[in-house]
Design a protein. Structure first.
Length: 408
């Protein structure tokens, strides 16, 4: 099968960011399929959206458009980036030999080149939904005007209805598809655990501890991800303030960057926790952040206190489980259900940093509970949430839609 894979934020393990698309694409190649990715060189100079370069990784041919994007951009500049990529990807993707087009959001504007290319070539189109879009940006105030909201919702309905199949990353997202496109063929394929990538996490974590003066043998809490508005990392900064009085030896590492970074550092300074028990670490490639997951005792995935974010399917949750580490979250939803059922983490009271600090301190001080949580995380990573298991489901969807066998 010749697959055109459209993902504006495609990342390899040598880059910072999520690698779900890379992991699925490389497995498709290993199974004998031809995969060409159309993406944006978000770190490029942005001189022209028609400036393309090509590279290869794990047998995947990648087409990169020079269209910058980062979480620090204004909403207006982000929309320009989305529109620029959609236009450039239409021209590029449609010229690539193909049997199927697969596009993954966000942004949902990737559906435009996906549907255009598929229709031009008479092949099926499969859309992957990674977020409740546009409801989340509307709730955050990124889309304010009535015309903008209406246009976004029209795009959402159009994208679902024009897809031969929709892949959703959580049950909540699948429910939203069914609501807007009743009867649409939809499959839930969650984010997964890359066990191979994290197989050396324990060793690398010990090396990191030995080389980091502020850490050593102290308990380590970890947040590794974007510092954006939706993430609500200020909750962790305020929690760190209260941890000082409960257990001053506990350390919190925040690995990542984003729009809220400077405000978070300012808040940490004001609260007296910056470089005391809270340490900011610059973003790093996925294959390097493995050491921080291996070193941590508890990893965090937090969001703002909004019910709509309960369907979140954050990479950081599954990376922690892949490293055999428990996860702390501050929201409900399907991930919370997994934690409650398996014990592979802890659920924090959202909006209550004092209560969260008490829960966390108690959790990391309980060696038996920690050992049980690590074991539960390992079982999840090796079981139904392993990337290999989820890939089999993913490939079956593409094969069924294209009408071809799994062998390509």
């Amino acid at each position: 099968m010749r697959i055109v894979y459209i993902h504006q934020y495609f990342r390899t393990p040598e880059m910072s960011g999520g690698t779900r698309s890379f992991e699925f694409a490389r497995r498709l190649v290993a199974r004998g399929h031809e995969v060409q990715v159309v993406s944006a060189d978000i770190d490029g100079d942005g001189e022209s959206s028609q400036k393309w370069r090509e590279s290869s990784s794990a047998g995947i041919r990648i087409h990169w458009a020079s269209i910058p994007y980062n979480n620090k951009m204004s909403y207006r500049d982000r929309i320009k980036s989305f529109a620029g990529f959609a236009a450039a990807a239409c021209a590029r993707a449609s010229k690539i030999p193909q049997d199927l087009v697969f596009a993954t959001s966000t942004p949902l504007t990737v559906a435009i080149p996906g549907i255009y290319s598929a229709r031009r070539n008479g092949v099926p189109f499969v859309l992957e939904v990674r977020d409740l879009w546009p409801e989340v940006p509307i709730a955050l105030g990124a889309l304010k005007s009535a015309p903008a909201k209406a246009a976004a919702r029209r795009l959402e309905r159009w994208a679902y209805r024009r897809s031969a199949h929709v892949v959703a990353l959580s049950p909540k997202m699948a429910e939203n598809v069914e609501k807007l496109a009743p009867g649409k063929s939809t499959t839930v394929i969650q984010n997964g655990c890359d066990v191979d990538l994290f197989c050396d996490a324990e060793v690398l974590g010990k090396q990191l501890r030995a080389a980091t003066a502020w850490l050593g043998d102290r308990p380590l809490l970890l947040y590794a991800g974007t510092l954006g508005l939706v993430n609500g990392v200020s909750f962790l900064v305020r929690m760190a303030e209260h941890l000082v009085g409960i257990d001053p030896e506990i350390r919190l590492a925040v690995v990542g960057g984003g729009r809220e970074e400077s405000e978070l550092k300012k808040l940490a300074q004001e609260l007296g926790v910056l470089n005391r028990n809270l340490f900011f670490v610059a973003p790093m490639p996925k294959n390097q952040v493995v050491a921080y997951f291996g070193a941590c005792d508890l990893s965090f995935s937090v969001v703002q206190d909004m019910p709509i974010l309960a369907g979140d399917s954050a990479n950081k949750v599954f990376d922690a489980w892949a490293a055999g580490r428990p996860v702390a979250i501050n929201h409900g939803g399907w991930v919370a259900d997994i934690i409650s059922r398996t014990g592979a983490g802890v659920i924090l009271p959202n909006g209550d940093p004092i209560g969260a600090a008490k829960v966390v301190a108690s959790f990391v001080a309980d060696s038996r509970r920690m050992a049980e949580a690590r074991a539960a995380a390992g079982l999840l990573a090796q079981g139904d949430l392993s990337r290999d298991a989820l890939f089999s489901k993913f490939e079956a969807v593409l094969a069924r839609v294209s009408g071809q066998s799994n062998s390509g």
